[in-house]
Design a protein around this ligand. Structure first.
Ligand code: SF4
Length: 312
């Protein structure tokens, strides 16, 4: 099959910085042990497994406050998604050594929310329920930030406030967000809009919107928990109008998806290791959907090192 690799795709600066911080921590003898990451450093299982092999454990759970409650000693790493001030304060009270891998783009949104809250704004935050980034951002001003996650919620929300600010999670779909902002602005004309979708997310989505239509279908490589990965699949289907398949790695590909397909576009989420995407591209390039002898040639590459190259 012909493969159309879309660019840019894969690792963004925030993900590379977060993983580099964790890798350096693993070899730093001065840091108190154990080293614990509060959640997944970035939403990718391969990365979490690779860090576990370096002796760093990642906790999993519904929210960061519950996770920090489980850490009794050593060093704690905050993930690229950011944490609320309450989690920071809790870590300090426990006497933990803290390493902060929050992406600078997420920090900017936290600062904006804190500033608007001080100025007595009510803040409408467009984001994904249950994701750690809204949890941290909303925690900047509890009681002053309301999560909006759909058009229906934007249509139905009942508020009465003279000053309203609308802002966003960094990894939302530009198109979904624009639709929600439009509804909110019609209902609350006084609202100020601060679009916080990060540049890395915008560029990856725009590449899909612009070029995925040149292929018959799209494969999006990334973890099911990665919001920006899920949004790329959504953009492929809703904006480029191409069937999209999200896979964690090459083992999840079903050759039958591509019956009648001549050209497949490939992209990947901002937390997806480059070698995992390359393996998918190599597999698809040799795949002939009508020839079953090509279906099982999955591990076509050498064993790969999934972490980005960093100077330790
Ligand atoms: S997707 Fe954007 S906000 Fe998230 S880590 Fe990457 S650059 Fe930062």
């Amino acid at each position: 099959m012909e493969v159309l690799p879309l660019t840019p795709r894969g690792y963004c600066h925030g993900v590379v910085d977060a993983i580099a911080l964790a890798e350096r921590a693993a070899v730093d003898d001065r840091l108190p042990k154990p080293i614990t990451i509060l959640g997944m450093i970035v939403h990718n299982r391969h990365v979490v497994d690779a860090l576990a092999q370096m002796g760093i454990r990642s906790l999993d759970g519904p929210n960061r406050l519950e996770l920090i409650a489980q850490v009794e000693r050593g060093t704690v790493i905050f993930t690229a998604h950011g944490v609320s001030p309450q989690v920071r304060a809790y870590a300090q009270r426990k006497g933990l050594t803290v390493l902060d891998a929050t992406c600078s783009d997420v920090t900017r949104t936290h600062d904006l929310i804190a500033e608007k809250a001080r100025e007595s704004y009510l803040i409408l935050y467009i984001g994904k329920p249950g994701h750690p980034e809204p949890e941290g951002a909303i925690g900047e001003a509890p009681g002053q930030v309301i999560l909006v996650s759909s058009i229906e919620e934007a249509e139905q929300i009942q508020i009465d406030a003279p000053r309203i600010a609308i802002t966003t999670q960094t990894t939302m779909s530009q198109w979904d967000t624009a639709a929600m902002v439009s509804v909110l602005q019609q209902r609350f004309p006084q609202a100020e809009v601060y679009n916080e979708i990060c540049l890395a997310t915008q560029e990856r989505q725009e590449a899909v919107a612009r070029r995925a239509g040149e292929a018959d279908c799209v494969v999006v490589v990334g973890d099911p928990r990665s919001n920006n990965t899920q949004r790329l699949a959504e953009v492929a289907e809703q904006v480029a109008r191409r069937k999209a398949y999200r896979v964690e790695d090459v083992t999840e590909i079903d050759p039958k998806w591509f019956t009648g397909c001549k050209r497949v576009a490939v992209t990947s989420g901002a937390s997806t290791p480059t070698p995992i995407t390359q393996e998918v591209i190599r597999y698809l390039a040799q795949l002939q959907p009508e020839d079953p002898t090509t279906w099982n040639n999955r591990r076509v590459g050498e064993p790969t090192h999934v972490l980005p190259k960093v100077r330790l």
